[in-house]
Structures are given as structure tokens and as C-alpha cells.
Design a protein around this ligand. Structure first.
Ligand code: SF4
Ligand code: FES
Length: 243
């Protein structure tokens, strides 16, 4: 397969940046989107041109590093991570536009790489959970109802990729934050600090420059892990209770 790529090039945080057009050839339909970019970078290296900076780590859909805006869709046309997206999802000869996440709280570092440390600071603001130290507790001494355990696991699937923010017209981080609030709030261990946690995390979210939620739902549609929208309701419920 051959493609025409329009890729955002930005030589550092202060640079204005622009879309630059590159042809890329000899792409297998079984390659992942990141492998296609690897091929392009090899072709750029051979021509003595600067390779394109982009993030990746696990390439297995679990680390959340690889977010790209692909022809206007966060992570591209399938509901998966960019590293798990394959070129068979595109048409031979297609023109594909590739941009970094666009959000004030995710400033561009270079080309397609953004700084998502604002998410880390929200997690840090959530603080710790209280657990008793000492001997291991008796198994099943703290029963967790199955529906609560299932919901906690579902929320814990969030990989912090930031697609929800990139897809949201308000650049809100509420789906991400709601997932974190929910996965601790459903478990007994998350109860002692539950109210302080939500107040602190929401304060940090707003401080970082993320927008508010206006129930548009683009975040859920873009989320590669299918985090449900009602984690935002749970977050708002906890916040109302806490203040
Ligand atoms: S809620 Fe979904 S889209 Fe948002 S950071 Fe978590 S996994 Fe990514
Ligand atoms: S590189 Fe880890 S989720 Fe894509």
C-alpha cells in the first residue's frame, strides 16, 4: 500500500508548527500504524531528513503512550489505540492527516509528542489509600460485592492515553478522572479518603487547564477501553457529597 501523509511538524514547544506532506511506500496492510511511521522514518533517514518524533512504548494497547489524531479521529477510525490500529483500516492511496493531541493541558513538545504530565499530577492529587500494615488479612475478610468489583475493574482499564481529552470540544479530562475516582470509590480500600480525593483531583484538573464536561459524549466514543460515561456521574455525585 502507498499513502500520502500530512504530518504535523513542530520543532519544539515555541515553534509555530505546520503540516508537511510526505509520501510513504511499500506498506503492508498488516502493519500497525506505528510500524508504518517507522517505515516512513527509515525512508526519511535514508534521504538525510529529520525523522518524525512520536511517542510509543508497549505497542500492545496497555501503556497509553501512543495517542495521535488521525484524520480528525483520536486514535484513528477504529476504537483502539494507535499502536493496535492496522493499515488495513485505510484505503490504498489514501491521504491521512496526523496531528498531536490538541489541548492546552497537553502542550506539544515536538512534532506528534505532547506532554501529558498533567494527568500524572491529577493522579498525585488523588493521594494515597489507607491500608493496615502487618500480617496478611484473612482471605475474603473484606467481601466486595461482584457488581462493585466488576465496575472497579472496568474503570481501572483506563490507560491514561488522553484520547478523551483530545476528542472533547472542551478538552475536558472528566472521563479519565471519573475512571480513577470510580475504580477506587467502588472498593472498600478507597473509602477513607474518598471525599478528600475527589475534591483534590477536581481542583488539580481545573488548575491544569482542562475544560468542564457538558455531556457531549465524544470522550466515550473515542476511548479505546470503552470507559462508560457514567463514571463522570459518579465523580459528580462524590463531589456533591464532599462539598
Ligand atoms: S478514559 Fe479512555 S480515552 Fe480517556 S485516558 Fe482513559 S483510556 Fe484513554
Ligand atoms: S504504545 Fe502502549 S498503548 Fe500504544
Amino acid at each position: 500500500m502507498n499513502f500520502t501523509l500530512k504530518i504535523w511538524r513542530q520543532n519544539g514547544p515555541q515553534d509555530k508548527g505546520q503540516l508537511v506532506t510526505y509520501p510513504v511506500t511499500d506498506i503492508s496492510s498488516d502493519m500497525s500504524f506505528l510500524e508504518m511511521l517507522d517505515v516512513l522514518n527509515e525512508q526519511l533517514n535514508e534521504r538525510g531528513e529529520e525523522p518524525i518524533a512520536f511517542d510509543s512504548d508497549c505497542r500492545e494497547g496497555i501503556c497509553g503512550m501512543c495517542g495521535l489524531m488521525i484524520s480528525g479521529d483520536a486514535h484513528g477510525p477504529e476504537r483502539t489505540t494507535t499502536c493496535q490500529l492496522h493499515m488495513r483500516s485505510f484505503t490504498d492511496g489514501e491521504t491521512i492527516t496526523i496531528e498531536p493531541w490538541r489541548a492546552a493541558a497537553f502542550p506539544v513538545i515536538r512534532d506528534l509528542v505532547v506532554d501529558r504530565s498533567s494527568f500524572d499530577r491529577i493522579i498525585q492529587a488523588g493521594g494515597f489509600i489507607s491500608v493496615n500494615t502487618g500480617a496478611a488479612p484473612e482471605a475474603h475478610s473484606v467481601p466486595v460485592p461482584k457488581p462493585n468489583a466488576d465496575r472497579a475493574f472496568e474503570a481501572a482499564e483506563c490507560i491514561g492515553c488522553g484520547a478523551c481529552v483530545a476528542a472533547c470540544p472542551n478538552a475536558s479530562g472528566m472521563l479519565f478522572m471519573g475512571a480513577k475516582i470510580t475504580h477506587l470509590g467502588e472498593l472498600p480500600q478507597g473509602q477513607p479518603e474518598r471525599e478528600a480525593r475527589v475534591v483534590s483531583m477536581v481542583g488539580q484538573h481545573d488548575l491544569e487547564g482542562f475544560g468542564g464536561c457538558t455531556n457531549i459524549g465524544e470522550c466515550h466514543d473515542a476511548c479505546p477501553k470503552g470507559i462508560p460515561l457514567d463514571v463522570i456521574s459518579q465523580l459528580n455525585g462524590d463531589l456533591r457529597h464532599a462539598i
